[in-house]
Design a protein around this ligand. Structure first.
Ligand SMILES: *[C@@H]1O[C@H](CO)[C@@H](O)[C@H](O)[C@H]1NC(C)=O
Ligand SMILES: *[C@@H]1O[C@H](CO)[C@@H](O)[C@H](O)[C@H]1NC(C)=O
Ligand SMILES: *[C@@H]1O[C@H](CO)[C@@H](O)[C@H](O)[C@H]1NC(C)=O
Ligand SMILES: *[C@@H]1O[C@H](CO)[C@@H](O)[C@H](O)[C@H]1NC(C)=O
Ligand SMILES: *[C@@H]1O[C@H](CO)[C@@H](O)[C@H](O)[C@H]1NC(C)=O
Length: 229
């Protein structure tokens, strides 16, 4: 008797493996949601397209310019009726260039760019201020239909107050006009004043004894109930 090769269960294994492989590759290559949030793709002559073509090994996909690892280096969301950049926007925190012009953006963008430390060119509608204010950028230029914020300043260097972070902490930039104080090794807590590693054992100790006393209480009440009945 001759078995039909494709139908036999054993020959299904490579098929399943191939399918899984294709699925995992597709998953790895899936574009971040922010790249497909707006319809269409980056227009040929936009700043993001020019940047992407200028730099080798970068490719345009939907609204993003990506490197070989799929990291977002450019994002063009212009002309997309956006009132705000939306919850997926932090996916683009690695971008060097972002274009948001021709959108009815509303409100303050400061926290929108939290963590966008690589950003060097930001194109905005004319009526929206550069995040962090004029002092967070090297140059702010106004055009008829847009404005550009260029060259993100390291606010840790430009601040007049060198003592902005506590004694055992240091200042690191955290996006336009934003900074973070990071405690030195071996320090933690408010103003980096607590020494030693985080006292986990104490936390669990207290939690443990609380749980224990609640259990004893419950055990006691259950016993009383049991006696009553
Ligand atoms: C944009 O560029 C692509 C390839 O570089 C080309 O095929 C297409 O026609 C261009 N589109 C416009 C509107 O110029
Ligand atoms: C914006 O998009 C609309 C279609 O969605 C198009 O008609 C219009 O020309 C675009 N404007 C610009 C400045 O690209
Ligand atoms: C900004 O708008 C002007 C017209 O006012 C246009 O010529 C220019 O290309 C726009 N800049 C960018 C970066 O798109
Ligand atoms: C800011 O300071 C850091 C370290 O103090 C230095 O490496 C960096 O080049 C400075 N950046 C600017 C723009 O001055
Ligand atoms: C900073 O660390 C030094 C030891 O490295 C310590 O003597 C000092 O009290 C610390 N300062 C603060 C404000 O905790």
């Amino acid at each position: 008797m001759v078995l039909c090769g494709l139908g036999s269960p054993l020959s299904l294994v490579p098929w399943a493996a191939a399918l899984l492989f294709v699925l995992s590759v597709a998953r790895a290559l899936a574009l971040p949601e922010i790249c497909t949030q707006c319809p269409g793709r980056v227009q040929n002559l936009s700043e993001v397209a020019l940047y992407c073509k200028r730099t080798p090994e970068l490719t345009l996909q939907a609204r993003c310019c990506l490197n070989g690892e799929g990291t977002i280096l450019g994002l063009d969301l212009q002309n997309c009726s956006l009132k705000d950049p939306g919850p997926n926007f932090p996916q683009a925190h690695t971008a060097t260039i972002i274009d948001l012009q021709a959108n009815p953006l509303q409100g303050d963008l400061v926290n929108t760019f939290h963590g966008f430390t690589q950003l060097q060119t930001l194109i905005l509608p004319q009526d929206v201020n550069c995040p962090g204010g004029i002092n967070a950028w090297d140059t702010v230029t106004f055009y008829v239909n847009n404005q550009s914020c260029e060259g993100q300043r390291n606010i840790c260097n430009s601040t007049e107050d060198p003592e902005i972070c506590p004694e055992n902490g240091s200042c690191v930039p955290d996006g336009p006009g934003l900074l973070q104080c990071v405690c030195a090794d071996g320090f933690h807590g408010y103003k980096c004043m607590r020494q030693g590693s985080f006292p986990l054992f104490m936390f669990f100790g207290i939690l443990g004894s609380t749980t224990l006393s609640i259990s004893i209480l419950l055990w006691g009440t259950q016993r009383r109930k049991a006696k009553a009945s």
